[in-house]
Design a protein around this ligand. Structure first.
Ligand SMILES: Cc1cn([C@H]2C[C@H](O)[C@@H](COP(=O)(O)OP(=O)(O)O[C@H]3O[C@@H](C)C(=O)[C@@H](O)[C@H]3O)O2)c(=O)[nH]c1=O
Length: 183
């Protein structure tokens, strides 16, 4: 497992090593010890999530759970491919409002570690893309939040196409009107 820091402090890209043979391949998809060492702290995952998005251009985001239910996330794509996005919303952060986007695909097996204090979202680039991710706090409907996908300056690489969104994400507040709950 190769884990490298990205340009925004706290974000990590995990690149599992695949061992190929005549049968196919094997990889370690999660190493608690390696992730904790790279993160510089202990991350306690308590829930695994898995979603399927059937159409290309399905966009889920930009999401967060507010404290005290904030979630670290370790995100991977297990079918198809997505552009995965994280936006720094840690108040007082030197990189507040900055974002990164990485391609996660079943083929590249890369994983994005998104710590608490970031908005997270993705847009699918292939039909029937599936995302699997670990989170460090259980789902709480009362702490679940969304910020309007197009209001934070993220380049979703959508061209002229409009994304497919949930009702919650269509109605989400704009970044400029939203107050981050992350100190
Ligand atoms: C996230 C979540 C949703 N649900 C339910 C609520 C709702 O009825 C249904 C669909 O929920 P959503 O529309 O919020 O699903 P989705 O838009 O896929 O939300 C996810 O998006 C990505 C980008 C994230 O980062 C995740 O943390 C999460 O917010 O599933 C759970 O039961 N547990 C959960 O952990």
């Amino acid at each position: 497992m190769n884990i490298k820091s990205l340009s925004i402090d706290g974000l990590l890209l995990c690149e599992p090593m695949r061992h190929g043979d005549d049968r196919g391949w094997f990889m370690e998809s999660y190493r608690k010890d390696a992730l904790n060492e790279a993160a510089g702290r202990t991350v306690h995952f308590v829930q695994d999530n898995h979603s399927l998005s059937t159409a290309v251009g399905t966009l889920r985001g930009l999401h967060y759970q507010a404290p005290p239910c904030a979630q670290d996330k370790l995100v991977r794509c297990i079918a198809g491919s997505v552009l995965d996005v994280a936006v720094d919303v840690r108040r007082g952060s030197a990189s507040y409002g900055q974002w990164i986007a990485v391609e996660l695909s079943a083929q590249n097996a890369h994983q994005l570690f998104v710590p608490t204090g970031f908005l997270h979202g993705f847009v699918t680039r292939e039909p029937n893309s599936e995302i699997a991710y670990k989170v460090s706090a259980p789902y709480s409907r009362d702490h679940d939040g969304s910020v309007l996908w197009k209001s934070a300056g993220v380049d979703w690489d959508l061209g002229a196409s409009a994304p497919i969104l949930s009702g919650k994400d269509v109605d989400a507040p704009a970044f400029a009107d939203w107050v981050s709950p992350f100190d």
